[in-house]
Design a protein around this ligand. Structure first.
Ligand code: ATP
Ligand code: LTN
Length: 338
């Protein structure tokens, strides 16, 4: 049978525009998504509704949402083959989010580790949205009857809860939602911070983070300063437990050049970290150059961006409306006459 949109399995993911995209997001997520478009019906969105669970500067949020869309496209997500949209443009997310709140238990939400982490980091703003974030995430996924959700390790707990919510709803009202599965890509390393290689590269740690829009000079500087290990060996060897800094740089180098760890060890044999760190920087600069240049070109073309997110919201809205209509009927709301 031909693999058309109607028969393809649905893939969906989102990233919060609460910071600029970094090398971890690229190598661990967005770059891999581009290859899925032929096999799956793919939806990717800027999770702006989620991002305001932490206080955002409005102008910055607007800028980052559009910049993120430009970077999605520059990373290879073709808007003709993927549905790219801004979450708040499809109001069904907020509506289904509310409904699902009523099918999500206080105890379940209390157990979410991201909630506990974020409470610790934002002690002065522990708001209701932070707590009910997972039911909105469940709505994001279930609206599109997604089969797979490509996410990192940290989001697996939210995906599990989404499955529980979908199953609970289906058990009460009959088959309504597809029960999705997390999709952990075969390729895609977990990239660690350049200054603290035992914690993951994260936008909340800008010093250890290489942003996709960083200038080549900035990237070179960050790699020169990258923490290697305080062993006296000064030898490029893959030993993550002993030498996490070097192992991280090797993973990055391997991801951007396609070289294996053995090849990298051979290439830098007898050369030490002084030669290795700038070489990784150069490889990253070259890998990101086309992404940055293309993203900057797209960001300057506001009309094109608007066309992409309008078309995306229309396509997403069509699917979302269908699911929401079914849900409203199931829970017993009177049908809207207009
Ligand atoms: P935060 O700082 O708020 O935790 P983040 O920078 O870690 O954010 P997310 O928005 O949580 O980024 O992640 C978006 C996507 O990028 C997810 O699919 C996640 O698995 C992936 N990702 C994030 N950081 C890394 C990393 N260091 N290595 C590999 N993949 C990553
Ligand atoms: N919670 C995710 C972002 C996110 C998401 C989603 C991911 C919001 N809704 C739906 C996959 C599917 C995060 O913080 N990375």
């Amino acid at each position: 049978m031909e693999n058309t949109a109607a028969t393809k399995k649905v893939m969906l993911s989102g990233i919060q525009p609460s910071g600029d995209l970094h090398l971890g997001n690229y190598l661990g997520a967005v770059k891999n998504w581009a290859a899925l478009a032929e096999e799956f019906d793919c939806y990717y969105f800027m999770a702006d509704l989620h991002s305001i669970t932490v206080r955002q500067n409005p102008a910055e949020l607007r800028r980052r949402s559009l910049a993120q869309l430009a970077q999605y496209i520059a990373c290879g997500l073709d808007p003709e083959k993927n549905t790219l949209f801004i979450q708040s443009h499809v109001h069904e997310h907020a509506e289904l989010g509310w409904i699902l709140n009523c099918y999500t238990m206080f105890g379940e939400l209390s157990r979410m580790t991201q909630f506990k982490d974020k409470c610790a980091k934002n002690a002065d703003n522990i708001n209701g949205g932070l707590f009910t974030y997972p039911s909105l995430m469940a709505a994001d996924i279930l609206l599109y009857q997604a089969d797979y959700v490509p996410v990192g390790e940290d989001q697996k707990q939210h995906c599990e809860l989404t499955r529980d919510i979908a199953t609970r709803f289906n058990n009460i009202y009959g088959e309504t939602f597809k029960v999705p599965e997390p999709y952990i890509p075969k390729v895609g390393a977990r990239i660690m911070s350049l200054v603290n290689p035992t914690s993951k590269m994260s936008k909340s740690d800008p010093h250890g983070c290489v942003f996709l829009l960083d200038s080549p000079e900035e990237i070179a500087r960050k790699f020169k300063r990258a923490v290697t290990d305080s062993d006296t060996e000064n030898c490029v060897r893959y030993a993550p437990a002993e030498k996490p800094g070097v192992a991280n740089l090797m993973s990055i180098y391997s991801s951007v050049t396609g070289k294996s760890f053995e090849e990298i060890e051979a290439e830098f044999q007898g050369k030490g970290y002084g030669a290795f760190k700038p070489a990784v920087g150069e490889a990253v600069i070259e890998a990101l150059r086309p992404v940055r240049e293309e993203a900057q070109r797209i960001m300057a073309d506001k009309a094109y961006l608007q066309q992409v997110y309008t078309q995306g919201a229309q396509k997403a809205g069509y699917v979302a409306r269908k699911t929401l209509r079914k849900v409203y009927k199931r829970v017993g709301f009177v049908e809207k006459p207009f």
